[in-house]
Structures are given as C-alpha cells and as structure tokens.
Design a protein around this ligand. Sequence first.
Ligand code: ATP
Ligand code: MG
Length: 444
Amino acid sequence: MLSNMLRTHYTNQISPQEIGEGEQIKVAGWVYEVRDLGGICFVVVRDREGKAQVTLVKKKTDSELFDFSRKLIREAVISVTGTVKPSDKAPNGFEIIPSEINLLNNADSPLPMDTTGKVEAELDTRLDARYIDLRKPKTNAIFRIRHEVLRSVRDFLTCNGFIETTTPKVVATATEGGTSLFPITYFMTEAFLNQSPQLFKQILMSSGMDNVFEIGPIFRAEEHDTRRHLNEATSIDIESSFSDHYDVMQILEDMLSQVYLNVKQNCESQLDVLDLDLEVPKTPFLKLKYEEAINIVNSESDEELEWGEDLGTIAENLVGQDVFERTGQSHYFIIDWPTEIKPFYAMGYEDNAEISKSFDLMHRRMELASGAQRVHEYDILKNRIEAKGLNPDNFDFYLDAFRYGMPPHSGWGVGCERLLMTMTEVDNIRDVVLFPRDRRRLSP
Ligand code: ATP
Ligand code: MG
C-alpha cells in the first residue's frame, strides 16, 4: 500500500467498506473539475489511477476551507485529507469529506490543451504539451500498456534463458552499410548512431552467452514521413546460439502471444478506456513463403511483382488481408526471402543459396519484425559483405568474432512501437512514443 507524506491512497485504492468510519485518508493529484453549486461544492481530484469526488457542504464545512475550495483552478496540484463516506451519487460510490485541502502548486490558465477528452486536440499540439496530454486517460492507458508489454517481454525472455544486454549506440561502422545513418562528431572523428544492435548481439554468440536480448533505441535517418516510421524507435532484439530460424520464430510467436495475454489480464482498465477487446493471437502462426506472398499479390492486383522484389505497403496489405480472410488471424510470417534482398548476415539454404533462412513477422497492417538464421562461417560472411559493396576492413571488429569458434545462431528484432500500435489499434506510431523523433520533431 502506498503511503507517504502527502497521500495514503491512490483513488482506486479507496473502498468505503475497508476504511473505518472517521479514519483519515489522504489523496493527492490534480484538480480535474470544480462544481460550485452555492450551498455545496464538488472538487474532483484526479490521480494516476482515476478520480475521486471531494464534497464540501457549506453549512457543515469551515468557511475558509469552503471558499478556498470553490476558487481552486483546474489542474492545480492538491492534497486532500479527509474521511470517506459511501455515496450512491458519487461516481465511484464514495465521496471524501475533507478536513484539509493543501494547494501544492497552482496551474496557469488557459491550459495548452483540454484534459477532459471533450475537445480533441491535433497530434502536434498534444505532442508539444505531452505532460498535459498524458493526463488524459486514453493517452495514459497507452503508456501503461507499453509498460506491461516491456515488462512481459523481459519476463518471458528471462524465463526462457535469455540474458539482458546493452550494447553501444555510438558506433564507428554502419550495421548494414547504406545511407540511413545519423553521423555525429565523436571527439576528433566521425561516428554514427547505431541503427540496430545486430553486429554486437552476433559477436556475443561467439562469447558463449548463448541467448541474449536487448531492448533499446535504434536510429534510422530515413527521410520518409509515414505513420509507421520513426527516426528513433525502440527495438526488442534477441540472438540465440545453436538455433535455426524456425527455433527463433517459435520464440517470437510464443512471446507475442504471452505479451497479449499479459496485457489482457493486467491492463483491463486501460483496455476499457481504449475500448479494446484484445484477442490473444493463436500459435503457431501461419508461415507463408515469400513466393506464395508474391503470387497472392499478383493474383489480386494489376501490378506484376517479380521474384526478388521487396513487398511494398500495398503488397503487404493485400497479403495481410488475404491471410486474415483465410485464417482469421492478424499475425503471420513471410519466410524464405530471396537472399539478395536480405542483409549480408542472412544465411542461404544449403541446397539453394539464393533463398535465405529469413523471415518477417507480419501483422495485417504492417511488418513487425525481421529475423533469420545468420551466416556463421567467416569466409562466406566476408564474401557476402564484399558482394554488398561494403569494405570488410570496416567490419574487422565483427568478423574477428567469427574466426575463433562462432556457433550457428539465429535471431530477430521486433519494433516495440509497431507491436504497440497494432495491439492498441492506433493509426499513428507517434501515439505510442512519449517524445517521438521524426523529421520535424526534435523537441520536446
Ligand atoms: P520497414 O521495411 O517497415 O521500414 P525494415 O525492414 O527497414 O522496416 P528492420 O531493419 O527489419 O526494418 O528492423 C526490424 C524491425 O524494427 C522492423 O520490423 C520494425 O518493426 C522496426 N523498425 C525498423 N525501422 C523502424 C522505424 N523507422 N520506425 C519504427 N520501427 C522501425
Ligand atoms: Mg525488416
């Protein structure tokens, strides 16, 4: 039970049956509303968990306290000391009869935006005043769910023998080459913000740590401005030794299903606020070959996709819809991608090197994760790096780890925000990040 100087209870911890008559409690929070009816005044106080009604009857209340309460300003911070009285008319079935109300800090007015949810503000206004936006139950609910998602991921992976790691975000070499990097000045040299922990988690496979995971930021200097791309995102990454791509796909689908289940069980009130009836994905997920996905696209649209082409947004949606109509499931894998369109570290099949042991985890609306069994042989890896037009010398720190006993290994990376936005059914990825970084947004 919570108890500190200024409060003894969150508003949702107050039950009139459990609190004795005359027992003093304290709640603290923000003034949500003041309703002054002349002879009676209601002050609704809001905290992280909900709201409580404070009732002041003029005839029965100290006149100084009554006058003070009537003049409270919305969103000011207060602490209320009083007793609890059951009441059919009050929203939660009780009201607080105050003996003392302390103004802890006042609020300016007008507020940058409405907090009651009655007036819907533009996304930019909300993000500029995130501290106010988060006072709204809907926004707050998303980040409580985000917490539960991350907690469940950690719990699931830890229980399955994975060790949590943290690897550098300031690096000398691009993970996969390419242009989508943010250069920074690192003392006298140029460095970059890492676009993925890929190379480091693979190095750790040579260390004998066997199964590792990392939850951390990835930076992509992509210029597109879409509803599902950020320039700083949170990636949930695993790497697993002595595993093939099927082994890690199973970990991924089991994890996803467990995360949904935990959110369903532990975030009931948040799901209510968001009006969501969460369906726990059924495992195993459908595993659709890349070739089959291409065939679906070609049979359902005028555009002819050729083998070796990546799937664009429209193609992804066509396939997602087709799978959903056939199976009733939103989640599925696309497996066996052409090696040439996957990164250099994706391993080709032994009997056909043109097809890779790689997969994407898809949600009907978008890609959620990419993964693969990795090349673990030094010579092949070095050739693959060269074939991508990259200079292997820049990858020595990585390649060296493959020379002294690198086990076969596989892994994946899931975008935490993509997982959340598909789970909570929000349209814009910025809604599931506290302080999003995109092309136009660097502050707050
Ligand atoms: P996409 O093709 O959708 O842009 P990607 O294939 O470039 O994604 P990967 O490099 O495979 O992305 O990264 C693994 C996962 O990390 C993605 O499946 C996605 O969930 C997440 N992710 C990657 N880039 C971004 C981004 N810019 N914003 C948000 N999430 C991202
Ligand atoms: Mg990908």
